[in-house]
Design a protein around this ligand. Sequence first.
Ligand code: SF4
Length: 366
Amino acid sequence: MSHPTNIFDLAGVEGLRKSWRLDPQAVRQVRTLLLKRGLGDDEALACVPAERRDEFAERVALHALTLDRRCDSGLDGATKLLFRTAAGMLIESVVLRIATGRTTLCVSSQVGCAAACDFCATGKMGIAQNLSAAEILDQLVQAKQLLAPEGRTVRNLVFMGMGEPFHNEENLYAVLTALTAPELFHHPASRVLVSTVGLPEAMLRCVRRFPGVNLALSLHSVRQETRARIIPLAKKHSLDELRRVVREANRIQAVDRSSGPTLMLEYLMLAGVNDSLEEAREFAAWCEGLAVHVNLIPFNPIDDAPHLAATPRPQREAFAAVLKAAGLPTTIRYSLGADVAAACGQLVRRENRARAMATNAALREL
Ligand code: SF4
C-alpha cells in the first residue's frame, strides 16, 4: 500500500476523488469542516458517502502529527501542545488565549534550530531538522480542533516556535500557499506573522511572494558586536544590510497592502547586554525613516544560558519610554505560559537529544 495522500494535497486528493467517482462537494465539505471550522475527524469524514468512507480515511491522511500531550498553564490562558513527528521527534506549538477573546497559535517550523541563538533553548538543542509542510499545517488543524469546543478558533498564526522559518524556506512557502488558499484554510495573510532572526535575501523573497504576510525581525541589538554575540548568524549579515532589507520590505508592502507597511522588530531585553538607555537611543536612531513596530520581549531564563538574565521591569519601561519619545510605536510584551514553557520545554529538549543521540549511534554502527 502506498503512503496516504495528504488532505492538503489538492492534486493528489482530486486524483483519488476522480478514481472513486466521488462528488467534489464531499471533499470540499471534509476540508471545510476540518480545516476551516476545526471539527473532529469523524464529523468531517461523515461528509463522505458511507460506501467510500473507510477507503477515504485509509488513503487520505487528515493528520501528519500525533498529539503526545498538552500542558495547560496554571497562570494564564496558554496551552502548550507537544506533537510527535513521524520520525519520533517532539515539537511544540503554543495556544495563547488573549483576554480579548482573540487566540494566537505559535507554530514550529523545525525540530531544533541551527541558528543557535545564545538565549534560546531550541538553539541549544544541537539538532536541526525541517518539518514538512503537512507537519506545520497539522499544528493548526489540531489546535483548531482543540479550540472549537471552547467556541474559539485560531485568529493569528505566528511562526515563533521552534526553528528559523527561512531555514525551511520551500516548506514555509508551501504552508503560506495552503493557509491562504480558499479551498484549504482561507486564512487571511494579514493574520500570519513570520518571525526571523534575519536572513536578508529570504526576507525579500518572502515579502515579494507574499506581500500580505507580516514579517518580524528579531533584532535584539543595533550594535553589531552585541548582536553577533547573542545571534551567531548575525556575523554573516550586517545591520546596514538588514536596515536596507527592512526599508525595501516597507516599500514592497506599501505598494501591495491597503493597511500600509509595518514590520515588527523584536527586541529581547537582556540585563546588562542590550538594555541601556544609550542603546535605546541608538535603536531609535536606527529605526528612523522605517515603518516598524517595536516589541520589547521579556526574557525567560533558561538552564543552558545561566549567564543571561531578564531586564528588570523598571528598566524595560525606561527603555520603552526612550523609544516612544522618539515617536516609535512600541509595545512591552508580557510572556504568557512561562510555567508550561519551562516544564514542557525541558521535556522536549531531553527527549529529542536522547533520540538524536540514539539515531547517530545507530548510524555509526551501520
Ligand atoms: S532562530 Fe529562533 S528558534 Fe532558532 S535559535 Fe534563534 S531564537 Fe531559537
